[in-house]
Design a protein around this ligand. Structure first.
Ligand code: NDP
Ligand code: GDR
Length: 331
């Protein structure tokens, strides 16, 4: 019988990559989606026929219990969250409800329905915040700098706590930034590659950004979902940092993305003070030694390849949009 997995947040970047990965492994893949007035399934459109989607919401305990009772997965990946850091200052309570308490709701449902379900929690390098050491590993203390980071720290510790209190096979993946052509356009990498494509094709001239000096450890989402799965295949549940170990500034990302299409970033990028954060996470770099040695996990896509992959995908998309406009204008 095929193994059954349930993914919350299946309509997001990681949900789409994980769904594809699990389908390729022969899993029966179920996804939790929340009700919206317009369907929001673009990222999983190509997989739609092979997935079973169910409506439930992280805010609604009963809906999660019902969902898990119906699906009875062997593995549950909790990827759903309010994941955009700036929004967490505008909506701190909602962010806590989704990103912090939502984790407890899922864990409570597992405890009630079937405590043998293996659980993955999408934790974040934002928990390290103003990091006490570099690089950061599983023992580095947390100092989150946003309501999002604080909520993720709660989600991490409640995952550890349900493992220790109830013996649930619960793993927390402390993931550093990971990107792809499916990344939301408000995150800085995709905001840049989308703008590069639009500027190159004459649809835009300027790109407004905030802090160019911030340093991140950027990896490829396709590599990160493999680490999630590996965690749930081990004999024992544990927590793992997932990162490339390499760090770059936002400025470097810009330079590389613009120069790849023959543009000078300095002619197009403008600094907008409104895009600076109330408290910034200045530098993050992860030490994934444990994931490498225990899980055998390695990133396969370099920073340079990632930037080029994202620019190429945005060029292709904007070109297709332009062609569509021309053909509908001409008909
Ligand atoms: P996205 O923002 O792309 O996706 C978030 C998903 O959560 C969407 O499917 C969204 O649904 C869903 N969601 C949000 N609120 C609810 C709710 N109340 N009920 C049900 N579903 C909800 O995030 P990513 O794919 O980038 O990230 C996946 C997870 O990993 C998140 O938890 C994120 O915080 C975490 N993470 C991500 C990192 C990264 O660099 N990408 C790094 C570290 C951690 P909808 O489509 O309806 O909005
Ligand atoms: P981050 O990602 O906050 O690290 O969270 P984001 O891409 O939003 O910001 C990275 C850095 O870039 C700086 N920056 C800008 N950011 C955005 N979004 N827009 C801008 O115009 C801009 N200019 C500069 C930011 O100040 C920041 O320092 C991501 C999310 O996926 C989280 O859910 C996840 O947990 C962490 O990564 C790890």
């Amino acid at each position: 019988m095929a193994r059954r997995a349930l993914i919350t947040g299946i309509t997001g970047q990681d949900g789409a990559y994980l769904a594809q990965f699990l389908l390729d492994k022969g899993y029966e893949v179920h996804g939790m989606v929340r009700r919206a007035s317009t369907e929001n399934f673009e990222r999983i459109a190509n997989l739609r026929d092979r997935l079973v989607l169910h409506q439930a919401d992280l805010l609604d305990q009963l809906s999660i219990i019902t969902l898990i009772s119906e699906v009875r997965p062997q593995e549950l990946y909790n990827l759903a969250a309010q994941s955009f850091v700036p929004t967490s200052w505008l909506q701190p309570l909602l962010t806590s409800e989704f990103t912090a308490l939502g984790v407890t709701r899922v864990l409570e449902a597992i405890r009630l329905v079937d405590p043998t379900i293996r659980f993955f929690q999408a934790s974040s390098s934002e928990m390290f915040g103003e990091a006490r050491e570099e690089p950061q590993n599983e023992r580095t203390p947390f100092w989150p700098r946003s309501p999002y980071g604080v909520a993720k720290a709660y989600g991490h510790w409640i995952t550890v706590n349900y493992r220790e209190s109830y013996g649930i096979f619960a793993c927390s993946g402390i993931m550093f930034n990971h990107e792809s052509p499916l990344r939301g356009k408000e995150f800085v990498t995709r905001k840049i590659t989308d703008a590069v494509a639009r500027i190159k094709l004459g649809r835009q001239d300027k790109l407004k950004l905030g802090n160019l000096d911030a340093r991140r450890d950027w990896g490829y989402a396709g590599d990160f979902v493999r680490a999630m799965w590996l965690m749930l295949q081990q004999d024992k549940p544990d927590d793992y940092v997932v990162a490339t170990g390499r760090q770059h500034t936002v400025r470097e990302f810009c330079e590389l993305a613009f120069s790849y299409v023959g543009l000078d970033w300095q002619e197009h990028v403008e600094i907008d003070p409104a895009l600076f954060r109330p408290a910034e996470v200045n530098r993050l770099r992860g030490d994934a030694t444990k994931a490498r040695t225990v899980l055998g996990w390695e990133p396969t896509v370099t920073f340079e390849q990632l930037v080029r992959m994202m620019v190429d995908a945005d060029l292709e998309r904007v070109q297709a949009e332009l062609a569509q406009e021309v053909s509908s204008g001409g008909s």
